[in-house]
Structures are given as structure tokens and as C-alpha cells.
Design a protein around this ligand. Structure first.
Ligand code: AP5
Length: 212
């Protein structure tokens, strides 16, 4: 099963991916996580991506596609994969199709999580993350037991630079202009499944499971 979790920033792609990993053992590929890891390690890729991410803009297609080419090499040996945050432009979607085609693979389903914009902003601005382990919290919807500390890893929780209100507006603009057109692209291929992304994370996952 090869899936794409699709949706605007803050729709819950990372949160739902965690359910997928534990239920279906899928190989999780998040370009946002890969860029943040590269940035923590101060690699050339991370430093190149940083200015775009901090401004809430998309990293250029050539950089993202080169990264995905390296990561996809590993998927053939896995029990399916779940893409999170990639593709985000038409050029990325077309490159993905051709890379998968060359490997004898294809996307089976695109799960489009739909959430109204005012809820997205509240979710993003209130998100807190444990940088190294990747655990995600929300100050209102999913607070840690001890404020500012990850329950599982004990790490200090941070507020992502691009989760501050001014940058969030730019991220949503980039989504509307460059990423939302992919909804039609996948609808035409008959692999798009639209889901209501509101309600508790478990409720959203049970809606997803009914499509599996
Ligand atoms: P990326 O990290 O991919 O960010 P994103 O797509 O903007 O997605 P988010 O991480 O903001 O949200 P999410 O949908 O995963 O939501 P989450 O589950 O955390 O990308 C960051 C940047 O990297 C981009 O802006 C760009 O610059 C660059 N980039 C990455 N990929 C790229 C690409 N392909 N091309 C070009 N550039 C690229 O949930 C959000 C919050 O809500 C959390 O606090 C969570 O606890 C809470 N929450 C989740 N579900 C629920 C629920 N059902 N009810 C209540 N709260 C919930």
C-alpha cells in the first residue's frame, strides 16, 4: 500500500502518519522532517532549505526532487510507504509519478484531509514539538503532562520558527497557490479520497481506516 497524506499546513498529516506507522508499519517519508533534520545537522541541504522554510515559502523543486530521489531508493524493500508533505507542486507530482513508474511502483491512494482555515491557524500556532524524537503536542488539544517537556523523551518542547503567526499566513498562501491545484491532478487520476480532518485525531484516523 503506497499512500500520500495530503492537506494544508496543520491538517494533521504528521499526527495521522504516526498512527499509520504503528498500525500498518509503512515507511514514512516527510520532506519537512528531512529538511529539519538536515538543518539541525547543518548540512548544505539544511542550510539551503532554511531561508525558504523560515519565510514560509516552498523549497525550490530541484532541491526537493533531488532529495526524494535519494529517499525513494529505500522504498522497494519496504512494506509500502506513506508520503507526508510531498509532492507540493505540479512539477513534484510529475517527477514522483515518473520516479515510481521507473521502479515499477505507483501511488494507490491520496488521502486529502480537509480542515477549515481558522482551525488550521489555531492548530499550527499552538503546536509544540520535541525536535529530536519528533513527538508533537498542542498547548490546548494535546498538552504534555508537564508544561514544555515531552512526556516520552523528556526533551524540552520548542515552538517551530515557521509556526509563528506571520509565517503561518505565508505558508497557507503557498499551499493555496502552489499545492491545492494537486487536488484536481489526483482527482483526475481517480485516486483522491477526501476526508473531514476535524474531530479528535483518533476519530480522523478511524475515518481513514474505513477507506483502507
Ligand atoms: P512541513 O513540515 O511538511 O509542514 P506542513 O505541511 O506545513 O505541515 P505541518 O507540519 O505544519 O502540519 P501537519 O499537517 O503535519 O500537522 P500536525 O500533525 O503536526 O513543511 C515545513 C516547510 O518545509 C514548508 O513550509 C516548506 O518550506 C518546506 N517543505 C517541506 N516539504 C516541501 C516540499 N515538498 N516542497 C517544497 N518545500 C517543502 O498537526 C498540527 C497541530 O495540530 C499539532 O499541534 C497537533 O497536535 C494538532 N492536531 C493534529 N490533529 C489534530 C486534531 N484532529 N484535533 C486537534 N488537534 C490536532
Amino acid at each position: 500500500m503506497n499512500l500520500l497524506l495530503f492537506g494544508a499546513p496543520g491538517t494533521g498529516k504528521g499526527t495521522q502518519s504516526a498512527f499509520f506507522i504503528s498500525h500498518y508499519k509503512l515507511f514514512h517519508i516527510s520532506t519537512g522532517d528531512l529538511f529539519r533534520k538536515a538543518l539541525r545537522e547543518k548540512t548544505p541541504l539544511g542550510l539551503k532549505a532554511q531561508s525558504y522554510m523560515d519565510r514560509g515559502e516552498l523549497v525550490p523543486d530541484s532541491v526537493v526532487i533531488a532529495l526524494i530521489e535519494q529517499v525513494l531508493v529505500d522504498v522497494k524493500s519496504r512494506n509500502g510507504f506513506i508520503l507526508d508533505g510531498f509532492p507540493r507542486t505540479l512539477a513534484q507530482a510529475e517527477s514522483l509519478d515518473s520516479l515510481l513508474n521507473n521502479m515499477g511502483l505507483k501511488l494507490d491512494k491520496v488521502l486529502y484531509l480537509n480542515v477549515p482555515e481558522e482551525i488550521l491557524i489555531e492548530r499550527i500556532v499552538g503546536r509544540r514539538v520535541a525536535e529530536k524524537s519528533g513527538y508533537v503536542y498542542h498547548i490546548k488539544f494535546n498538552p504534555p503532562e508537564k508544561e514544555g517537556i515531552c512526556d516520552k523523551s523528556g526533551e524540552k518542547l520548542i515552538h517551530r520558527n515557521d509556526d509563528k503567526e506571520g509565517v503561518v499566513t505565508q505558508r497557507l498562501k503557498a499551499y493555496k497557490e502552489q499545492t491545492a491545484p494537486l487536488i484536481e491532478y489526483y482527482r483526475e487520476k481517480n485516486i483522491l479520497f477526501e476526508l473531514d480532518g476535524c474531530g479528535s485525531p483518533k476519530k480522523v484516523f478511524s475515518r481513514i481506516q474505513s477507506l483502507m
